[in-house]
Design a protein around this ligand. Structure first.
Ligand code: SF4
Length: 528
């Protein structure tokens, strides 16, 4: 941790932005280690988790040197309105040193405030050891006495979890902001500072692309947003609800430079399908995507590029684009692998047709099996390391649907040799078109679901050692990096004994009810 001077809090900014501790870590630079934010308490000692897995981001002058991208965008939007001195992104450990007599608003961003989104909910339910760290740390943050004395605004991807007045009252949250904030948050904060009345739950309006500001500080994992929305229209998906737009290359390059200048040499280009940068259709503009990667790779100080998400259909239909990106990253940056995430979702064409009928475009959905297997082959051949998610328990799912997924995973085991496959239980999330449906939990898992989970874990356990080697190769071989590696090995070894039983369709948790940790108990912080 950086040594920080104590400031005179009388000089404090009017607006302080923060997040819970799990969102304020670089997870030792490991993109996949970041999934640990979803870990339940009780697997590792807290002190070990927050020192070895998720140490706090470094800070300069009590400002977080790296932060979540969403907070950075809000910071930049507010700075345009109120000036840079009046807005600060602060680690929760430093709040008492920064929030002073001039501070009127504390705003909190979150991806999963209550720990109920996938994959947190699934980990918590299966492990049944304790509440998730993101929930624990969010409640800890809300309990700080200074929160009672300021106007508190919550926003970000998980804002929907807090958007009811009973929850807000218990947690002393004055306002919740839903959706995109570039336009609405500055207006909202202006009204708050002017003492005007406004609704407690505010829904943001989508900005035009030119209204999105450049970030002014570096981001965790060097995440740089290149576009929003998707357009494939999967029924369970919330990012899909956003209007599709892409930022100009100059804008993206500037955000990458801001990261590189702060020592963040690894950049993850972020959109729902990085391969469709610059187009609203389903056919990639390959020249534009290559130009984007090349421009960002040429930023001084950048030595590694990743893609937050790619669609398997885009990979399958454009293998030459994957090879061109691989060659460029290898020749320009000396990169020997590229990290990404994708949605494998299911092996059932019936479910795909019902909930994700555009997933395979420009091919028909009947080709999904071929698309998935070939796309993983292309990614593997090009040393793209992927975390692929599947969904268990979609509404109306049958045993036959799950068997189709098992068959697909079985085939992928020998093809996706560098990628993780992670089945996640369906969560009904407000804002998606399936938000009235029931969430799927471990107690509803059938032998086939256990078998699917077992096959995926069996595959993942064979991939983790090489991921650890790549992680080590990226310069984390110091003592904490070594401790992280040892603890990952211990966890994966511990899992091995359950995997064979799961592959036989046996539940390792017996016939129990949902974990008591699955549903958050919202503390009533009034008067405490
Ligand atoms: S392809 Fe992915 S991002 Fe696009 S709508 Fe489907 S789940 Fe959402």
């Amino acid at each position: 941790m950086t040594n920080v001077p104590t400031l005179d809090v009388a000089d404090s900014p009017k607006i302080v932005l923060t997040a819970d501790e799990t969102m304020m870590s670089r997870f030792r630079g490991g993109m996949f280690v970041g999934f640990a934010t979803c870990m339940p308490r009780g697997i590792l000692p807290d002190w070990f988790f927050f020192r070895v897995w998720a140490p706090p981001v470094p800070r300069t002058n009590l400002r977080a040197l790296y932060s979540d991208f969403g907070l950075r965008i809000v910071e930049a939007s507010l700075a345009k309105e109120f000036g840079t001195d009046e807005v600060a992104v602060v680690h929760p450990h430093d709040l008492e040193k920064v929030v002073g007599s001039r501070t009127e608003i504390v705003a909190i961003g979150g991806h999963d405030f209550l720990g109920i989104n996938p994959p947190t909910s699934e980990f918590v339910d299966l492990v049944d050891r304790g509440p998730p760290y993101n929930r624990v740390k969010f409640f800890e943050l809300m309990q700080k006495p200074l929160m009672k004395e300021r106007v508190v605004v919550a926003g970000g991807k998980a804002a929907w979890q807090l958007a009811d007045e009973a929850t807000m009252d218990k947690l002393n949250i004055n306002y919740v902001h839903l959706g995109e904030g570039e336009i609405t948050i500055p207006q909202m904060f202006k009204s708050i500072l002017a003492g005007e009345e406004l609704p407690r739950i505010v829904t943001g309006v989508s900005p035009r692309v030119e209204q999105i500001p450049n970030i002014t500080g570096a981001t965790i994992h060097g995440l740089v947003e290149i576009g929003r929305g998707c357009g494939r229209g999967c029924a369970f998906c919330t990012p899909n609800m956003l209007h599709v737009m892409h930022k100009p290359i100059d804008h993206i390059e500037k955000d990458a430079k801001t990261n590189a200048q702060a020592g963040q040499s690894s950049i993850i280009l972020h959109s729902e399908d990085v391969l469709r940068y610059g187009t609203t259709g389903m056919v990639p503009d390959t020249e534009r995507v290559l130009k984007l990667f090349t421009r960002v790779a040429s930023v001084e100080g950048v030595d590694n590029l990743g893609a937050s998400h790619v669609a398997l259909a885009s990979v399958y239909h454009n293998p030459e684009l994957i090879s061109a990106l691989t060659d460029m990253c290898s020749s320009t940056l000396g990169q020997d692998w590229i990290g990404t995430q994708t949605g494998l979702e299911t092996g059932s064409v019936r479910l795909l047709a019902r909930y994700m009928k555009n997933k395979a475009l420009p091919s028909s959905i009947e080709k999904w099996h071929e698309i998935a297997t070939q796309a993983f082959g292309i990614l593997d051949d090009n040393d793209w390391v992927c975390a692929a998610t599947m969904i268990n328990g979609l509404p109306g799912e049958t045993t036959d649907d799950v068997i189709k997924s098992i068959e697909l995973v079985d085939e992928l085991k020998s093809i996706a040799t560098k990628s993780l496959i992670i089945p996640m239980n369906f969560v009904s999330m407000r804002g998606s078109s399936l938000d009235s449906k029931e969430t799927f939990t471990a107690k509803k898992m059938t032998p086939e679901h256990w078998q699917l989970l077992g096959e995926c874990l069996d595959h993942d356990l064979s991939v983790v050692p090489q991921l650890l080697r790549r992680f080590d190769a990226n310069g984390s071989g110091l003592i904490p990096g070594r401790l992280l590696e040892i603890s990952v090995k211990r966890i994966t070894n511990g899992l091995k004994k359950y995997v064979q039983a799961m592959r036989r369709g046996e539940s390792p948790i017996g016939q129990r009810e949902d974990s008591i940790w699955l549903t958050p108990k919202i503390p009533d912080l009034n008067g405490t």
